[in-house]
Design a protein around this ligand. Structure first.
Ligand code: FES
Length: 159
């Protein structure tokens, strides 16, 4: 993906030039580019006067931020206790098997990123899988193949 650096400047200058703008700026960059390109973090560091080490700490702390390019589709499997006891590990295994990647990584074609989280806060409907911001309640291994087929079909229709 070719990145136009002036887009970073636009995002940064849409916010007050103060340290408190760090997270809103990172959120906007993440939303636009699906990750935080290193060059954008340098620009944020210089503009807001925040050391890079502090920006990297913030970016690494929050799950909403990624320092690596992410896939077109984001798949997140909840591995919190309630989802875990209802079969989340098998669901995660199935996604890993089908995508041929491990949780925390992205397929080579940059189509899918697979991650796990501790708890999504909706334990009663677990096991929960979130795909591109859509929550799938009471998931199971059989759903995994169906979900993947739907995504592929949607992508084919979009082409
Ligand atoms: S443990 Fe999965 S939503 Fe809470």
């Amino acid at each position: 993906m070719q990145i136009d650096q002036s887009e970073f400047e636009t995002i940064i200058h849409n916010h007050p030039q103060q340290k408190e703008s760090l997270i809103p700026i990172l959120q906007d960059i993440q939303a636009k580019f699906n990750y935080l390109p290193p060059v954008s973090l340098n620009m944020v560091s210089q503009t807001l006067g925040i050391p890079m080490i502090d920006i990297i700490s913030v970016a690494s702390f929050y799950n909403a931020f990624s320092l690596e390019p992410k896939g077109k589709h984001q798949i997140t499997v909840c591995m919190g206790t309630a989802c875990h006891v209802r079969g989340a590990p098998k669901i995660l295994d199935e996604f890993e098997r089908i995508l041929d990647i491990e949780a925390g990584s992205t397929t080579k074609d940059k189509e899918f990123s697979l991650d796990e989280v501790a708890c999504l806060g909706c334990c009663a409907i677990g096991p929960v899988v979130v795909i591109d911001d859509k929550y799938h309640a009471q998931s199971n291994i059989r759903n995994v193949a169906k979900i993947m087929k739907k995504l592929e079909k949607k992508d084919n229709n979009d082409e």
